[in-house]
Ligand binder design. Structure first.
Ligand SMILES: *Cc1c(COP(=O)(O)O)cnc(C)c1O
Length: 396
């Protein structure tokens, strides 16, 4: 009763069907197995299940059919051998990094990371004797210079949040491998559609599924992808024993989210490109940064490693924090929120929210000025969004 999984089907087809195992009831939609555990036919069967000598489920902290379906579907899209879902994006990043190191090891990470990811490598890992060096991810010499004999793992995010800078995944993967280390890429901004870090040489990809994969602001989720060997030796035991498991209900929401991912991301990206072009050169803006524009400082690298642009735009207002606040407060349709990738367009002022805990110097290093506004473009009509943005800019 399973659906035909054929690797030669196109992406859109696989996003609708991959991982779907129908029960004997023959339901159309994926079943939601909202159960914490599973019963065994006999005591002998329970014993075998625990010895891993008999296939089947035992407890949803370990695995669950709905969560499995989500993992199989996203693994197919990413082109990964294996995937493990987690309760949030941060649970995925934490498990991926903690699972790879032990006391005495060393990690190298790009400094332009999502705030909580940076806390995990910069503040949390050192508590357990794991060293961390932060580098300017765009500067390959800094990655090379940061390597130590005990370096085990590299971490980067590209395009970066919120300044939309690009890091050369293939080049950094080569430096990591030469050092005997692995590379983990946080691929949230690119989405599984526009960038394939594993094909570019990365060993592990992590997502906050809370963003584009849900895409409708409903639930938190995360996923870790890599080779079967990577997943089974580095992260599986940590996930099973510490328990940041994805709820089957959230897995079901995210599974349905994957079905419409290309429709949403392609439309949101097209609208973002239209808005970036329309806002370029506005007298109140110092800069409009958008990965789909030819004037992005790293346009050549974008062409090389990404197959699409972004649903995100970075706007730098000349008048600093005061003008940025007036702009945010004057928006009517677009709302102030720190989520992204949502059907609803959302704006954030990173310097006072997501990146508030950094010093002004650290923010400057990450390309975050006091006038920077991050815009996540949703599914509204592009002209309603443009009218809201130009109106608010006028009043800023
Ligand atoms: C949101 C986000 C995360 C964290 O994901 P949660 O689901 O909120 O835990 C990690 N990395 C990036 C780049 C993000 O945007």
């Amino acid at each position: 009763m399973t659906s035909p999984h054929r690797p030669d089907y196109h992406l859109e087809t696989r996003l609708v069907h991959e991982g779907h195992q129908r029960t004997p009831f023959g339901e159309t939609a994926e079943a939601l197995f909202l159960t914490q555990g599973f019963v065994y036919e006999s005591a002998e069967s329970a014993e075998k299940r625990f010895l891993n000598e008999e296939p089947g489920y035992s407890y949803s902290r370990y695995s669950n059919p709905t969560v499995d379906a989500f993992e199989q579907r996203i693994a197919a899209i990413e082109g990964a051998e294996a995937a493990r879902a987690t309760a949030s994006g941060m649970a995925a990043v934490t498990a991926a990094m903690v699972g790879q190191v032990q006391a005495g090891d060393h990690v190298v990470a790009a400094r332009a990371l999502f705030g909580s990811c940076r806390w995990v490598v910069e503040d949390f890992l050192p508590r357990f004797g794991v060293g961390c060096t932060l580098v300017d991810g765009k500067d390959l010499d800094q990655w090379r210079a940061a390597v130590r004999p005990e370096t085990k793992a590299f971490l980067l995010e590209t395009p970066t949040n919120p300044s939309l800078e690009i890091i050369d995944i293939a080049a950094v993967a080569a430096i990591a491998h030469e050092a005997g280390a692995t590379l983990t890429v946080d691929n949230v901004f690119a989405t599984p559609l526009f960038q394939k870090p594993l094909a570019l040489g990365a060993d592990c990809v992590v997502y906050s599924a809370t963003k584009h994969i849900d895409g409708q602001g409903r639930c938190l989720g995360g996923v870790i992808l890599g080779s079967t060997e990577f997943i089974e030796t580095k992260v599986q035991q940590f996930l099973r024993m510490t328990g940041p498991s994805l709820s089957p209900f959230n897995a079901w929401v995210l599974l349905k989210g994957l079905e419409t991912l290309p429709l949403r991301v392609e439309r949101q990206t097209a609208t973002a490109g239209y808005l970036a072009d329309a806002l370029h050169g506005h007298p109140k803006l110092r800069r409009v940064t958008y990965p789909g524009r030819a004037d992005h400082p790293q346009a050549a690298l974008i062409k090389q490693q990404m197959s699409g642009a972004s649903t995100m735009i970075a706007l730098d207002l000349k008048g600093g924090k005061e003008e940025a606040f007036r702009f945010l407060n004057a928006l009517r349709l677009i709302r102030i929120s720190n989520n992204l990738g949502d059907a609803k367009s959302l704006v954030t002022h990173p310097a006072t929210t997501t990146h508030q805990r950094f010093t002004p110097e650290q923010r400057a290093e990450m390309g975050i000025s006091d006038g920077l506004v991050r815009l996540s473009v949703g599914l509204e009509h592009r002209d309603d969004l443009l009218a809201d943005l130009t109106n608010a800019l006028e009043r800023a």
